[in-house]
Design a protein around this ligand. Structure first.
Ligand SMILES: Cc1cc2nc3c(=O)[nH]c(=O)nc-3n(C[C@H](O)[C@H](O)[C@H](O)COP(=O)(O)OP(=O)(O)OC[C@H]3O[C@@H](n4cnc5c(N)ncnc54)[C@H](O)[C@@H]3O)c2cc1C
Length: 525
């Protein structure tokens, strides 16, 4: 074996395996050969239907046509999330976390200027057009907007069962990835502890220089072979079980009022010991209840799920539809890149899908590997160290960000919501941010890395959406500077109202745009 890294072997053909294959193939040096091995017997997890806007540039960088993606993956537009009953039990309690940043976000922090009006207009509505566009059920672009370009920022909802095969075809046909269908039965080390090869049941032994573990919750290489410790986060984020169901649309209607419209956002409705996701694809809805098994029985969670879907499908169907149960241990591995092996996807860790952070972390991990590809073994250790530091930071930020949704809640109607307030369940890093935000608003200074997964705007949307912040606690600038900033903020609030009106006139209902894309296609950039 030479010191050069030219053979990448990926174990697993779920979303993680194929995204990793495509992203690395599109950005690594030309001499690198990528092989992906997948078990014909172990199916992929088959869930994971919400993405971040990063997925646009990911698909584009792999050379995928956005039109083909819409045609083949049952995809729809996701412009953010709407959280219902998270702050209180009231039926009218809801707020948006839209993907578009507040207007002129990097020039001015609008939050302090919105705070005096917080009882009149929600934060997301004051600073961006997107929440209003979502409420109207409109798409984020026009049919004349080229592929991947936006009028409003967006990611996707997709059918995970169609997405992996779609990526598979593209990676094999267009990016030269070699596919092997076999079960990995043994992992063979070199003397220095690196993996030399893997043995399979039907395709012989496969040697490699860099092994990527995308084997899902089995975590064959990093977890089983190397026994890298698993850091559980269950004491912070309690949810560890999901019950999921797919429900049909009765008929394809256009609009928002009907249960049959496609919502251009993920709807997340808080329950007594968890929350229900509701994702609209072109042909069906994916609905699931994520909950804490320490606070709810399976039966109770299923009952809440069935009563949630009953208005859409009818009482009889709601009781008879088959429900799938998935259990997971929230947390992640202590390190992600060990020796010549790096884990991506569920094999690296998983925490509840509240903000769809899993696929974005897969994209980010694969991008780091592809763009900074270690051309030799000495470079690998340096990149591994950097990768581990960066990923540890991202996991910590994910945990803090998700916990923020629970800490900000004023619900005390069950043990679950009360337990979420216990100080020993709130990471110190989040406690510090909450202390800081008593006197200054979340903003760009909270972004430690250039490549943060969540912009600080996301913290603003959750914090203010859940009624955080008080304008009396905010320091006021010197009179002239204050007057100037206030004038600018007020002008931007006004511009936002104008932009919302303009967009309302030119954007099509969500389902109508998708139908047009499928029929005519989007312009290539
Ligand atoms: C309830 C739930 C909801 C979720 N919702 C979202 C969401 O909205 N957004 C989001 O971003 N993420 C979400 N996720 C996470 C998302 O589903 C996963 O991150 C994503 O699907 C990647 O999975 P994976 O490829 O790592 O694993 P898997 O899909 O499980 O794939 C594992 C692969 O490894 C292969 N394999 C296993 N053993 C062997 C072997 N011995 N030999 C060869 N191959 C083997 C299997 O055949 C399979 O191909 C959700 C997860 C859950 C549990």
């Amino acid at each position: 074996m030479t010191n050069e890294i030219t053979r990448v072997v990926i174990i697993g053909g779920g979303s993680a395996g194929w995204l990793a294959a495509g992203i690395i193939a599109a950005s690594c040096p030309a001499q690198v050969q990528i092989s992906l091995i997948e078990s014909p017997d172990v199916s992929t997890i088959g869930v994971g239907e919400g993405t971040w806007p990063t997925m646009r540039s990911t698909l584009e960088s792999m050379g995928i046509s956005e039109t083909d993606f819409f045609r083949e993956c049952d995809a729809s537009f996701k412009q953010g999330s709407k959280f219902s009953r998270w702050t209180s039990l009231s039926a009218s309690d809801d707020y948006y976390h839209p993907f578009s940043l507040p207007t002129k976000y990097h020039e001015i922090n609008l939050a302090p200027y919105w705070l005096p009006f917080k009882s009149k207009i929600q934060f997301a509505n004051a600073v961006s057009a997107q929440a209003a566009i979502c409420d109207l059920g409109l798409a984020p672009k026009q049919i004349s907007t080229p592929e991947y370009a936006t009028l409003l920022n967006y990611g996707y909802h997709l059918d995970a069962g169609k997405f992996a095969p779609f990526l598979h075809r593209h990676c094999v046909e267009k990016l030269g990835v070699r596919y092997i269908s076999a079960n990995v039965t043994q992992v063979n080390n070199q003397d220095n502890g690196d993996i030399q090869s893997i043995t399979t049941d039907s395709a012989g032994t496969l040697e490699g220089d860099l092994f990527i573990d995308c084997s899902g919750l089995a975590s064959l290489l990093l977890g089983k072979h190397y026994a890298i410790p698993f850091l559980s986060k269950k004491n912070i984020l309690f949810n560890d079980t999901a019950v999921a169901v797919q429900i049909p649309y009765a008929e394809a209607e256009i609009g928002t009022e009907s249960e049959n419209a496609i919502r251009p956002y993920t709807l997340s409705t808080a329950q007594s010991a968890g929350w229900i996701w509701d994702i609209g694809l072109q042909s069906r809805r994916g609905v699931g209840h994520v909950f804490s098994s320490a606070h709810s029985s399976d039966e109770m969670a299923e009952r809440e799920l069935r009563s949630y879907i009953a208005p859409a499908v009818g009482e009889a169907a709601a009781q008879s539809l088959s429900i799938r149960k998935i259990t997971f241990n929230p947390g992640h591995r202590q390190t992600f890149w060990h020796k010549n092996c790096v884990a991506i996807g569920l094999s690296a860790g998983f925490i509840e899908p509240l903000e769809a952070t899993a696929l974005v972390l897969i994209e980010l991990s694969a991008k780091m590997i592809g763009e900074q590809f270690p051309v030799n073994r000495s470079a690998m250790d340096i990149l591994a160290k950097r990768f581990n530091q960066t990923l540890t930071h991202h996991w910590q930020r994910i945990v803090d960000f998700l916990k923020l949704h629970y800490v900000m809640s004023q619900r005390r109607d069950s043990e679950y919501w009360c337990d979420n307030q216990l100080e020993n369940t709130i990471p110190e890093t989040l406690q510090e941010l909450l202390e800081l935000w008593k006197t200054q608003s979340p903003w760009v200074h909270d972004e430690v890395l250039r490549t943060e997964m969540f912009p600080s705007a996301s913290y603003q949307y959750i914090y203010y959406g859940m009624k955080g912040g008080s304008n009396t606690a905010m320091p006021i600038k010197r009179p002239e500077a204050e007057a100037q900033a206030r004038k600018k903020a007020e002008a931007l609030f006004g511009e936002n109202i104008q932009r919302t009106r303009q967009l309302t006139k030119v954007l099509l209902p969500h389902r109508e745009l998708i139908e047009k894309i499928k029929e005519f296609g989007l312009q290539k950039i």
